[in-house]
Ligand binder design. Sequence first.
Ligand SMILES: Cc1cc2nc3c(=O)[nH]c(=O)nc-3n(C[C@H](O)[C@H](O)[C@H](O)COP(=O)(O)OP(=O)(O)OC[C@H]3O[C@@H](n4cnc5c(N)ncnc54)[C@H](O)[C@@H]3O)c2cc1C
Length: 458
Amino acid sequence: MKFDYDLFVIGAGSGGVRAARIASQAGARVAIAEEYRIGGTCVIRGCVPKKFLVYGAEFSQFFSDAAGYGWTLSNPRFDWPTLRDNVQKEVTRLSGIYTSNLIKAGVTPFEERAELVDAHTVRLMKSGSEISAERILIATGGRPLLPDGLPGVELGITSNEAFLLDQLPRRIVIAGGGYVALEFANIFHGLGVETHIVHRGDRVLRGFDDDLRAHLHIETERSGIKLTMRNTFSKIIKTGDGLRVILTNGEHVDTDQVLFAIGRHPNTRGLGLERAGVAVDKYGAVVVDEYSKSSVASIYAIGDVTNRVNLTPVAIRDGHAFADTVYNNRPTPVDHRNVPSAVFGRPPIGTVGLGEGDARLSHGDVHIYRTNFRPMRNMISGNQERTLMKLVVDARTDALLGVHIAGEDAPEMAQLAAVAVKAGLTKKQWDSTVALHPTAAEELMLMRERMVAPNSAA
Ligand SMILES: Cc1cc2nc3c(=O)[nH]c(=O)nc-3n(C[C@H](O)[C@H](O)[C@H](O)COP(=O)(O)OP(=O)(O)OC[C@H]3O[C@@H](n4cnc5c(N)ncnc54)[C@H](O)[C@@H]3O)c2cc1C
């Protein structure tokens, strides 16, 4: 045979593993390289360990809510090494399952870094061997950004290191206002750490519906997390008992830990894409067509490295669609519209479809339905957290364009609401569904009065 393999996948994360397995099951000879741990960001240092930490952090609120329900808890205490090590045990178990599933499917794993030599060849960087393949799939994901040239940047950590801290800091400053920043802020806050977010924008969660953003801003502050907006770091210095962050407005914050959560970039640095002639955009993302094919016919790219919708289920879809297109003779483009997403903050967010601002831009006239209430669960606990629900509807066709929820179980609700938005159901059809009582979700069915005036512009 002309090539060592039919397919060589670089990166064993959500997308790469799925693509490798499906291609191999379709009869292709497949190898995969992973430079860190098989499973990728989601399993090793993203969604999975994060959700466990979210669960762990939630207990502090449960404990304080419990009193109103008649429970007395004597001085609950938290032990970080126990949670950290239990999470890591589960992560290791899952990584093992990913590895054995690859092997069972007939894929050859190489646990080392791979770089491109040309359009059909990769070099394994530890062993130095060169391997040829008819096709190469780039599935190298993303990496956390660090602020360029910030004095003292080396004193901070990113989400990668946050899972493995030796000890929980007493105080933390988090730079950033995206979902990773907010989620870690709530994790640390819930675990008893004095938490401070510094963000250069004037609100958290850019890209989400404006009402959700405003709601999360209010609730995050109310929960006790300090928010400093329209500000960034100018320097970090070591002090006698920790770190000092000097802000661009001249103020400073004393802390024990700094976490950078200012965004992620496609992981293409040093990959050798230029040697193979693969086109990338200004962020370094591999430019691909709807079938994930790059500018070079033998090279494809999927998942976060293409910077389309950077979520695990999307990377998996991309990987599966690539393998179906190329190895199962079923050309499958991936539809990246109406992908639901969540932010596991306090309260959590679940959202799908267009926010009000984007809907006005793309559809013109829209109808808005909105409710803001204190959920039943909080009434006798004294918890002041409020829930926001919002529907965005096309005024012309009555089609449901977006469902946006901030409240307990919002991500679970959004997964199901996504079916309605994806299917293009109308508000009339949505309303014809009988409510389920007593739930918070029933409020989604009971929004009949539309807002009179637009409440937020794009
Ligand atoms: C803190 C955090 C929380 C997140 N939470 C969520 C969530 O709740 N829900 C959700 O859907 N998404 C979440 N994400 C995003 C999600 O993790 C990614 O969208 C997903 O992992 C992308 O999959 P991928 O296959 O494209 O890349 P990845 O999973 O990143 O896999 C890429 C792999 O390639 C490896 N690699 C890179 N370069 C090379 C090379 N040259 N040679 C060999 N191996 C290489 C990397 O080590 C990595 O293992 C989160 C991300 C982070 C950082």
